[in-house]
Design a protein around this ligand. Sequence first.
Ligand code: SF4
Ligand code: SF4
Length: 226
Amino acid sequence: MIISTPKARQELEALLQDCRTLFLIGCGSCATACKVGGEDEVFAAQEWLEASGREVTGSLILDEACHIMRAARELRRFREQLDEADALLILACGAGVQSISDCTEKRVLAAVNSLFVGNIRRFGQYEEKCSLCGDCILNETAGICPVTNCSKGLLNGPCGGMEDGCCEVETDRDCAWTSIYQRLEKQQRQGVFDRVVAPKDWSRKFKPGKLSLERSIVDNGREKHR
Ligand code: SF4
Ligand code: SF4
């Protein structure tokens, strides 16, 4: 899921200086789980805006703000309230904000900052495990991602700063490469340690990323997604 945090109220206040009427949009998925864009947060934003003398013309929580077609369909149901608003305040991740800006000419304002794609440890505790590099080496690193879990993203073992198995950047955290080594040892495998890993092929981290399952081409038995 996309992990996000709310923008500071002062930042929003500056952003909203020339907006008197607003329509609020939250997201029932990641933004709700992160407590930045669910019902409670949209309601709190409405109270805050009204207390500052602004009018909220309406609000809507999309099931998944990142679904462009569904967002467009939902927004059509609120055309009048949207027309009355100077801007739309979006309580969702950057992907959600851009779903909305894709389907309206209205000014769209982001109320949150998107941080990373996160795993859920338990409710309210999120951890980055994968940086979506497009060139996965987990099969050789015992299922622990060095690109993400090593503070320096090293690909060929630990840096010189590792001490007693801990990372020099965050000393209360295990060094990712120590964890990789220990797990491979338990599995009695060499894994990534039997070769020198070449620099990452960042060309696979193509931006903007696109994947169309419908248009996948089978080329010599290999499926291509680009
Ligand atoms: S190697 Fe790349 S794709 Fe694999 S988990 Fe790490 S960041 Fe994600
Ligand atoms: S101590 Fe380990 S996890 Fe920390 S930066 Fe060095 S290699 Fe990476």
